[in-house]
Design a protein around this ligand. Structure first.
Ligand code: ZN
Length: 184
């Protein structure tokens, strides 16, 4: 296990379409070790989620801390391999998103607030889930990385793009539950 370097905006790996993981590769020690590097790196950089291209591996794998808003239990780690997402509603949510590949910045992004996710898990098992709220935004943010999309591509009004310090001083609303300080 190792902590990897995080690619920053401008590195071409963040703009590539990532390759699917062959199902037979999932249980290999090489792939399992890679996912543990991804998880270790997410924790080291204090991220809420991390996609494989962010550590310079153009593969369709994301990991995230899973702390469902409905439960007070401790966060678990969710690993999605070859994820496919489908919006389940035309309703959207707005969240201020951050990203470890754009350190020190955040921006307001609108996304569908309920999605269906299908993927493979770390043991090769099929995952099917429905996700809503901020968790849905995290999943969509991470899956965007697999298609070479960064959250800044989805900011509708660039007035809502800010350095974290200025955001804290001028834009954040402590009473607003949509104000999250996570990096993905
Ligand atoms: Zn990100």
């Amino acid at each position: 296990m190792a902590i990897r370097k995080v690619a920053r905006m401008g590195h071409p790996v963040l703009r590539k379409i990532a390759a699917p993981v062959p199902e037979k590769a999932i249980k290999t020690p090489e792939f399992q070790g890679f996912v543990h590097d991804l998880i270790d790196t997410m924790f080291e950089y204090d991220g809420r989620g991390l996609a494989a291209p962010q550590i310079h591996e153009s593969l369709r794998v994301v990991v995230m801390l899973w702390k469902s808003e409905k439960s007070s239990s401790k966060p678990t780690i969710l690993c999605l391999i070859n994820p496919v997402i489908k919006p389940l509603t035309s309703e959207t949510s707005h969240y201020w998103e951050g990203c470890l590949s754009l350190p020190g910045l955040r921006g307001l992004v609108e996304r569908p607030n309920r999605i269906a996710v299908t993927a493979l898990g770390l043991k090769g098992e099929k995952i099917e889930m429905e996700v809503d709220g901020f968790d849905a935004t995290v999943v969509q943010h991470e899956c965007d990385h697999l298609d070479g999309v960064l959250y800044i591509d989805r900011i509708k009004d660039l007035k809502n793009f800010s350095f974290n310090q200025e955001y804290d001083r001028h834009l954040s609303n402590p009473d607003d539950p949509d104000d999250e300080g996570d990096n993905e």
